[in-house]
Design a protein. Structure first.
Lengths: 159, 1163
């Protein structure tokens, strides 16, 4: 997993990087309000907000569907939530019901499921770090620079 | 022509069915014919064969069949598919023509009629419009009279069957309905004849239900013919294939493949149809595409795709349909065609998505199940998305000056009024080369299309699609998607200038985004809503949205907030606000007028806005300083306000409303100020709120005495903005403040570890303020001492004295003092029943006394006064009881210069244990004090009563008494031996009574012995305290009879070497003569004289006396020689039993000597 992360971040080819990366990354609180949303490009921000917000319908449905199953055996990665014409939306839910949503460009066919998973894992680790910060108050909007830099690394670089 | 020439024609969207023409029927004037027609057409159920019937006149002209070319070498196709082709085969060229002919069974002129019939058939066959009719190949019925029906091979292999319809003379009254009960209805006979059997069926009686089956059979026959026809058509189309070449006939490949597929559909061979359509679809995309034919290719691709998806859904393969559609969209997405007509492409895309959505929805209605992530809503949504794109493109591309006129002649009109091929440009039909033939014409055509596009009501299209999508997402549990689409709808209404609808939709969804706390989205929606409110001049909405846009949840930039605040203040000052940015200029003009009109209506109404539904820019928290206040203390509360607006602002009034409205008057802050001061920056006034600063307002009032014991609640906090003369808005917080977001915020604040900032003395940190919306008014603290004096525990049934002393420490007279004392309510019902309270200690209280004595009046008590009240409690059962002593009184007090009458009360509770005073044990013993478990009839025994004191206090037993049962008799006097005995704790007292018991009645083992009554009281109790009588029921005793009673008569002591006479009495208690054997066992202590061993008889109810003379040999307590008695008749009565009645020992004194010697012996 680490190897794949490295290959993601240290991809020299900008074109490949562009193809491999997310256009929007969001962290949603248990109560479904946004803790963190970053989008690229920024002018379309509102649209991505809507996309992330609507994807919560599917997340909620998926969570309630697996609610019966054993909690510890639950898969955190929810997979492709729903495809739109232009974007693919992926979801991930932590055990504390914090949701991660990653939006990728639909044209980005090269991106494999595995890579999305590793992105989520990275995101989760980073989020855990944020939570471990004694100065961070759970439920507040995430303002950590480290977290932001990590997310920026996952996103499409606008040249 | 249609404005949308890529639109799906009706004939594409219907389900193709074999077309059969019925001729020779006069359905208008002939009822029988009508009935036949109805039998075919009316109420066709799904299980019947798919045929579309049409009545045509016998001499109907069918479409001409063009000469089929034999060679394609020089043929260059002009387009893919002709516009009329599908319609032709669905509605114009029948697969089968049925000729109905009326002929009677007993027709006189049969020959003539027959020839007339064949002529008719001939007419159809030789229909001039159907050239090349070959007359041969017909199953011609000759000779047989009934066989009037013929099958005619049509020119292209179509079967045309002629049928004769006999009727008329034989049945003058022709039945009208084929379902009528006439046994020879026309249709039945027709059916018979259709079979070409040549057999005569005259007047055959069939059940009426056969009508339908005959129709069905006829139909099936038609259907078979039709299928054959379509089969040959397919063969014919396929046969052309070999003549085609890939370079010039590319279009024909598609055309033929489509035709084959369509014929297969007509033949109801959907599997092959699907296969052929798929091939056709691939072929379409193989066509050389360029700008001039892009539309044609897309149109055909769209048609074929539609057919494929439709058939896939029909075959219950929705995933195939979706996959095909995705492929279709991916292939066509980039095929925009002419850039100037880009809107056309998006419109086409819209149509594709919409049509797929419709197909999907239809399939769902027929039983397909869709899921949350794959439902028609997504397709409608995407269609709407393309429609929005179309609108944008149209706005870009069609923004011609108003001077641009629509070109004449209309380039979109063709000479024939119809297009020849699907998807071609009207101004260059059939043109297939890459370059447009005439650039000028091309330009004019494009202009015409653009001008037409300008007139399209895009918003309506978008809204329709969005509302379709909303309906779907609602069904598939996507509330957020639904909200999102509703926002889009609202925006579209806004663009369409339907502001009220826009506002309604936006207002509806706002709440969802607010509760989910997506502030970015909420702000955006609010901004649009504010524009709508502005343009409509809706003051209340305008203010509401402004309040929220200024609030802390708004993500607007500071300057935007400033602008909103400025406008809000203008509205409050009864002026027109500045128009919102980016509004339609025409609409703004209208709005300005509305606002100007509004000014004149100012002051007529005040709006109340409920704050808990919004996140306004003023926050409010109200709290009582304590959860309860004594009536003689003033109730204190604070209202905290904080503003988030960019600039300070003033309010005109703050008031707090309580559940008791009398208090409202005490909690008002009001300041009159000039309306122009509203933006005053000085911010010194009490009614000015400075952004970010928490302002607190303290209130104080004296509660009403009638509210003692009640809750005082803040029902609402009202903040009035604006003035009565201008516009007045009341911000209303229900309860003690808080809005749509504050709950979460306070939770967040409570979790926070952050240190609160140090603030100056008179300021408070907003987050540290918690709402306390209610307080209790409680009675004044009593200044009273209540002392209880008693000696616990209580003893069962005694009159327990509880001395209550009330001592007043009030400074004024405590009036109307009342005492309520007794068992505290709410305890076990059993305790209530066994507890009795009385004020009178001289008499034992009985069961009629209550467990609680309420409101014992004590009267007034002067300052320092003291009153004592003894209370007597009688507890009938052991257990722990809680007693309540409640003293209430009225006193006047002065609070805040106001005299109030306070009711005070003081409660004391004590827990008292009730215990039994003593344990009483009853024992039956023999006269020798030996324990007995049974007594013998008529033989005296002793009753021992042991009383063991269990009371911690000394008890005086006044007296005791034995009340014997009738079955018992006392042997001697029954006076109490315990009267006036005092028992300390743990001491015990005993007395015994000698009793005798007559024989018990037979079959009764035990007899009652009676009651023992102890009369007692505490030794410490006063004389007046009544004596307690404790009744103890003594146990039953078993009475047994004995056949022989023995008793001895001997002196109380003997003396060594002095004769000791002993008499034994043997008493026969039976009605029998008893043999008794007696043997005296000698021992060392005695010599004796008398009978050592005898055997004797005792008569019934007589006594025998035995006399012995014992001679003691030793001094001391000596065992007597034992008397061994045996009764041979009663072996059950043992020697042991009888011996119990006899003494066993006697004290023997030593021989008489001097007195001092006796002392030595004793020592």
């Amino acid at each position: 997993m680490l190897a794949s992360c490295d290959s993601l971040t240290h991809d020299a080819d900008d074109h490949v990087r562009r193809r491999k990366m997310a256009v929007c990354v969001a962290v949603i609180a248990k109560e479904n309000y946004p803790l963190y949303i970053k989008t690229v490009p920024t002018e379309n921000e509102l649209k991505f907000h809507y996309t992330v917000h609507t994807s919560l319908d599917v997340v909620e449905e998926k969570i309630s569907a697996v609610g019966k199953a054993l909690v510890d055996q639950r898969e955190l990665y929810l997979g492709l939530l729903y495809p739109t014409e232009d974007y693919k939306v992926y979801g991930y839910v932590t055990n504390t019901k914090v949701k991660f949503v990653i939006v990728v460009d639909s044209s980005n066919i090269a991106l494999r499921d595995n890579e999305i998973r590793s992105m989520f894992r990275k995101l989760h680790n980073s989020y855990t770090d944020v939570m471990c910060n004694p100065f961070y108050n759970p439920g507040e909007v995430i303002q950590s620079k480290v977290f932001d830099n990590m997310v920026s690394g996952m996103m499409v670089q606008v040249c | 022509m249609r404005s949308t020439h890529w639109d799906f024609p009706l004939e594409l969207c219907c389900r193709p069915m074999a077309f059969v023409a019925l001729t020779g029927l006069d359905v208008t004037y002939n009822a029988v014919h009508r009935a036949i027609w109805d039998a075919f057409c009316a109420n066709r159920r799904a299980d019947r064969v798919p045929i579309s019937f049409k009545v045509l006149p016998g001499d109907h002209e069918y479409p001409k069949c063009r000469q089929k070319r034999s060679a394609y070498d020089w043929y260059i196709p002009k387009g893919i598919l002709k516009t009329g082709w599908m319609n032709k085969h669905l509605n114009l060229v029948p697969a089968l023509v049925v000729v109905f002919y009326e002929l009677d069974w007993d027709e006189a002129q049969w020959k003539e009629k027959q020839s007339e019939c064949s002529t008719r058939v001939e007419i159809v066959r030789a229909e001039p419009a159907v050239p090349g009719v070959r007359a041969g190949a017909s199953a011609e019925g000759r000779g047989d009279r009934e066989k009037c029906a013929r099958a005619v091979e049509g020119p292209s292999g179509a079967s045309r069957a002629g049928l004769a319809l006999p009727g008329g003379r034989a049945q003058p009254a022709m039945p009208i309905a084929p379902t009528g009960n006439h046994r020879r209805s026309p249709i039945r006979r027709t059916a018979r004849q259709t079979k070409f059997t040549g057999k005569k069926h005259k007047g055959c009686c069939c059940p009426d239900t056969e009508e339908n089956s005959i129709t069905t059979r006829l139909e099936n026959a038609f259907y078979e013919h039709a299928q054959t026809y379509y089969y040959t058509e397919i063969r014919r189309v396929k046969s052309h294939k070999e003549f085609l070449n890939k370079t010039t006939h590319q279009l024909l490949f598609v055309r033929h493949q489509f035709k084959t597929a369509f014929f297969s559909e007509l033949k109801q061979d959907t599997q092959n149809a699907l296969k052929n359509y798929r091939t056709a679809y691939n072929l379409v995309h193989e066509l050389r595409a360029h700008e001039t034919n892009m539309l044609e290719i897309k149109t055909m691709a769209g048609f074929i795709n539609y057919k494929i998806c439709r058939l896939c859904f029909q075959h219950n393969a929705p995933l195939d349909a979706i996959a095909q559609f995705r492929k279709h969209v991916d292939l066509c997405k980039k095929k925009i065609g002419s850039a100037e007509l880009a809107f056309e492409h998006t419109a086409w895309m819209t149509k594709q998505f919409q049509a797929f959505g419709d197909l999907f929805d239809e399939a769902i209605k027929l039983g397909l199940t869709a899921i949350q992530t794959q439902n028609p809503g997504f397709y409608y949504q995407q269609a709407a998305h393309y429609a929005q794109e179309r609108k944008q493109l149209a706005n870009q591309l069609c923004n011609h000056d108003s001077s641009t006129t629509y070109p004449t002649p209309d380039p979109l009109e063709t000479s024939s009024g119809v297009m020849d091929f699907f998807g071609q440009r009207p101004w260059r039909q059939s043109h297939q080369s890459i370059e447009p033939p005439d650039l000028e014409k091309e330009k004019v055509g494009i202009l015409a299309l653009q001008l037409k596009e300008r007139d399209v009501d895009h918003s309506e299209l978008i809204i329709t699609l969005l509302s379709n999508a909303v309906a779907q997402f609602k069904k598939y549990k996507c509330p957020r998607m639904k909200s999102h689409l509703m926002v889009q709808m609202g925006e579209e209404y806004y663009y369409a200038k339907d502001y009220s609808k826009a506002l309604k939709l936006l207002d509806y969804v706002m709440c969802d985004y607010r509760t989910e706390r997506w502030w970015n989205l909420l702000t955006f929606i609010l901004s649009t809503a504010l524009k709508c409110a502005y343009l409509m001049g809706q003051i209340k909405d305008y203010i509401t949205y402004s309040l929220e846009l200024l609030g802390r949840s708004s993500t607007l930039k500071k300057e935007q907030k400033s602008r909103v605040e400025k406008n809000l203040i203008k509205v409050l000052m009864n002026e027109s606000p500045d128009p919102e940015p980016d509004c339609d200029s025409k609409a703004v003009k209208g709005a300005q007028k509305i606002w100007a009109d509004r000014i004149s209506f100012a002051g007529s109404s005040a709006f109340t806005i409920e704050m808990q539904d919004y996140v306004p820019f003023v926050e409010c928290k109200a709290r009582f300083l304590a959860p309860s206040f004594h009536i003689d203390d003033p109730v204190q509360l604070r209202v905290y306000l904080r503003a988030d607006s960019p600039h300070p602002f003033r309010f005109s009034k703050l008031c707090v409303c309580f559940n008791n409205q009398d208090y409202n008057q005490y909690c008002v802050v009001e300041e009159t100020y000039q309306t122009s001061d509203i933006l005053e920056a000085s911010s010194q006034g009490t009614t000015c709120l400075v952004p970010g600063k928490t302002r607190q307002y303290a209130f104080k009032f004296v509660a009403r005495t009638e509210d003692v014991g009640k809750k005082v609640e803040i029902t609402s906090v009202d903040l009035v903005l604006g003035s009565d003369t201008g516009r007045c808005v009341i911000l209303n917080w229900r309860g003690g403040g808080g809005d749509a977001a504050s709950c979460q915020e306070s939770l967040q604040a409570s979790r926070s570890f952050k240190r609160r900032p140090k603030l100056p003395e008179n300021e408070v940190c907003w987050d540290s303020v918690t709402i306390q919306a209610s307080t209790m008014v409680i009675s004044r603290v009593p200044r009273l001492l209540v002392q209880l004096r008693h000696e616990p525990p209580t003893l069962t049934n005694e009159m327990y004295c509880l001395a209550i002393t009330v001592l007043s420490e009030e400074v004024t007279t405590a009036k109307d003092m009342k005492l309520t004392a007794g068992l505290k309510p709410g305890q076990d019902a059993n305790l209530t029943q066994t507890t009795h309270i009385s004020l009178d200690g001289t008499e034992m209280c009985d069961d009629s006394c209550p467990a609680l004595l309420p409101d014992i009046s004590i009267g007034d008590l002067l300052p320092g006064g003291k009153v004592e009240k003894p209370l007597y409690i009688r507890c009938g059962q052991i257990g722990t009881r809680i007693f309540l002593v409640h003293v209430s009184y009225v006193v006047t007090a002065v609070v805040e210069g106001k005299e109030i009458i306070c009711k005070c009360h003081k409660d004391e509770t004590i827990t008292i244990e009730t215990v039994v005073p003593f344990d009483v044990t009853t024992k039956f013993v023999s006269t020798k004090f030996e324990h007995m478990d049974r007594v013998f009839a008529d033989i005296p025994f002793l009753l021992m009563m042991d009383i063991l004191s269990a009371s911690p206090w000394a008890l005086t037993i006044e007296t005791s008494k034995l009340e014997l049962a009738p079955s018992m008799t006392a042997v001697d006097q029954m006076d109490s031996q315990l009267a006036q005995v005092i028992l300390q704790t743990g001491e015990s007292a005993s007395e015994c009574f000698c009793l005798q018991c007559p024989p018990a009645p037979t079959n009764q083992s035990g007899v009652a012995s009676g009651h023992y009554i102890i009369s007692w009281k505490r030794t410490s109790a006063a004389k007046s305290v009544p004596v307690v009588n404790t009744v103890i029921t003594m146990p039953h005793v078993i009475v047994e009879e004995i056949p022989l009673y023995v008793h001895a008569d001997l002196p109380s002591f003997g003396r060594v070497r002095e004769s000791l006479p002993v008499k034994y009495w043997l008493q026969n208690r039976t009605q029998l003569v008893q043999d008794v054997e007696i043997f005296v066992e000698p021992n060392d202590a005695f010599m004796f004289s008398g009978l050592k061993q005898i055997r004797l008889r005792i008569l019934p109810d007589t006594e025998q006396e035995l006399l012995y003379n014992f001679y003691p040999l030793m001094a001391g307590y000596q065992q007597l020689p034992g008397l061994s008695i045996s009764l041979p008749r009663f072996p059950a009565v043992s020697n042991q039993l009888l011996r119990r009645f006899l003494p066993t020992h006697i004290f023997v004194k030593p021989q008489g000597r001097q007195a001092d010697e006796g002392i030595v012996v004793a020592a």
